[in-house]
Design a protein around this ligand. Structure first.
Ligand code: 6GU
Length: 244
């Protein structure tokens, strides 16, 4: 999978060198390119923003650097992936569609993502109109109902959620099957050794006996019940009306 990130804060994306994503890059499973939007400015101050037309607070990102950036990144990506390949262009935006595990699953099948980080109040609307006109595939994605200062933190989250689902990135693919949200439920409680533990207050805490039974069928059923009960308590919105 190829991912291009366009941002005015390339240093913000430094964590993508680390851990699972860093290893995916070194293993050749992820080809990640971070671009500074200011590369596509032409004035002495490398200006990417200006006051909103019509007045109002804050600044708006100018359209010209974005249009040049998309054209240049598309050219570079196609040189690598082939002329016919087109990216999905994602704008992290608090006014976008909710980004969920099913979005992550869908995007993990993409050959090429371009993640475009807006800052300030937002990007000039004509950038979206232009991309629609040239037939680009575009998505606006929100992490949740709160406001971040820019798309960079969202890109870290989206990249991690997507890349870990690319085949080969997570060593044990089974660990992706039973985790929270993979089946629309929260994950069941987890225990490890010692099965009998005296906590710092002197309370003896035993792991559920069933987990020591070796009966994989009953363990699976118990875990399923725990998942449903935990989801009912913490996230009833995830359950259908009958299950609630
Ligand atoms: Cl994706 N971007 C920004 N700037 N703020 C957000 C968000 C995204 N998701 C929630 N808040």
């Amino acid at each position: 999978m190829r991912i291009d990130v366009i941002t005015i804060f390339p240093e913000y994306l430094a964590p993508l060198e680390l851990s699972l994503i860093g290893r995916a890059r070194r293993d050749g499973l992820l080809d990640l390119h971070v671009h500074d939007l200011r590369e596509w400015t032409h004035d002495r101050h490398r200006t990417v923003d200006d006051a909103p037309l019509g007045g109002g607070a804050g600044m708006v990102m100018k359209p010209e650097p974005w249009a040049e950036a998309f054209a240049a990144v598309r050219r570079a990506g196609q040189q690598d992936l082939g002329e016919g390949v087109e990216p999905l262009i994602v704008f992290p935006n608090p006014a976008g569609q909710p980004f969920t595990q099913s979005t992550a699953q869908e995007w993990s099948q993409c050959e090429w993502l371009v993640l475009a980080c807006g800052r300030y109040e937002g990007i000039d609307e004509r950038v979206y109109e232009h991309l629609a006109d040239i037939g680009a595939e575009v998505a606006l994605a929100s992490l949740g109902d709160y406001v971040l200062n820019g798309g960079e933190v969202a890109v870290l989250a989206i990249t991690e959620a997507v890349v870990r689902l690319v085949p080969g990135v997570v060593g044990n693919a089974e660990s992706l099957v039973e985790e929270s949200h993979s089946e629309g439920l929260l994950e069941y409680p987890l225990y490890t050794r010692p099965a009998r533990w005296e906590d710092p207050a002197g309370v003896v805490r035993e792991a559920p006996q069933i987990l020591l039974s070796g009966d994989h069928g009953r363990i699976a059923a118990w875990r399923r019940e725990q998942s449903v009960e935990r989801t009912r308590r913490r996230r009833p919105d995830l359950l259908g009306d009958e299950a609630r």
